[in-house]
Design a protein around this ligand. Sequence first.
Ligand code: FMN
Length: 394
Amino acid sequence: MDERRNFIRLLGGGVVVAAGAAALATWWLNSDMPAAALEIWNGPGDEPDARKRAVAYAVTAPTAYNRQPWLVDLREPDAIVLYCDRERVQPETDPYGRQIIIGHGAFIELLVMALAQQGLQASVQLWPQGELSGEPRLWPHVPVARLRLAGGGVPDPLFAQVLRRRTPKQRFDLTRPVSADILQGLTSIASAGGMVNSAGTVDMARVQPLRKLCAAAARVELTTPGTAMENLQLLRVGPQEILAHRDGFSINDPALRIAVALGQFDRRAPASEDSLSFRRTLQLFEDQANTAMGFVWLSTRGNSRTEQIAAGRAYMRQQLRATDLGLGMHPMSQPLEEFAEMAPHRAAAHDMLLGSAFQGGAQGPTVQMICRLGYPMAPVPAAPRRALPGFMMA
Ligand SMILES: Cc1cc2nc3c(=O)[nH]c(=O)nc-3n(C[C@H](O)[C@H](O)[C@H](O)COP(=O)(O)O)c2cc1C
């Protein structure tokens, strides 16, 4: 009798374990992005505070590596003070902090738009305690911008695109060219402010060498140990890692997840050039570059922090406009990166796009963003964002 009971208990337990394992496997191999990591894309709901509502829209802004490097101080009434979260700098790929500051420009643009949508006008004072200078790791804790709020904000039609915007990372459709009219629609919007110049091409004779440049520059980023390691450390593989970080590159690929679970994915050293993961990553970058159906770029006369902010604001508007036009617009920043190994490609990019040499530092004409254009063949997934309290200064 006892034996029988034990047997039944064992059987029951086994079924439970088997059912549990099946549920676990289904959950584990499910390639959906965890819903909590995407909650920001539902909007701020019934949040009553206009400033917090605006911040909820602003954190959907694009940033290099989806780092979301913003800290917001709401302690002063009728003001929003923005700081850079210095723990989120990328010293290898972004040694001068140019890209991170562009991400602050994008944030400011969305913040201003979201406030205007609620009838509030923001006057933006950049660098109230002076510009950030020098190496990002050593930046002092000083504000990037202070926004003073008053009545009289006028809604911006582009605001309708904010929660629809996505950065497409997949191949574009090689059978669908981008028209010169659409390109014109993009470049005109970015040039409006004056400080940022925008240009582009959909002429294949010009597109081809730019495709090659982007693919070659991606290879340099992947084969330079410092930048390769920085990339590797921002990989978020599977739902647990994606949920824990909600930034970086989110990958839900089952093969990679199994490799991680089996301890076979080594993140202490860059992947060797003959490894599967290196070849897959390079292939991804090459597919992106080689399916570019056009390019659009933003440049400034110099490379001051204020110009970088202006470039970020222009980029934000341009990508919202692309969203409105149903066009994919995807930054390929590698040729513009300032680490030493990239110097020949950076020089080539400046020569090809501006017809001038890159001088470096805060001097001379600088390409701030280069993006490929085209039509994605499937819906573009939303990228994760961290929870709002993480952006608020205590
Ligand atoms: C300054 C800057 C540089 C970027 N460079 C790249 C890049 O080189 N490659 C890329 O795939 N995405 C690049 N992006 C796009 C981000 O990866 C993307 O915005 C981020 O992953 C969040 O996704 P989302 O824009 O769909 O919300 C860049 C964005 C910014 C603002």
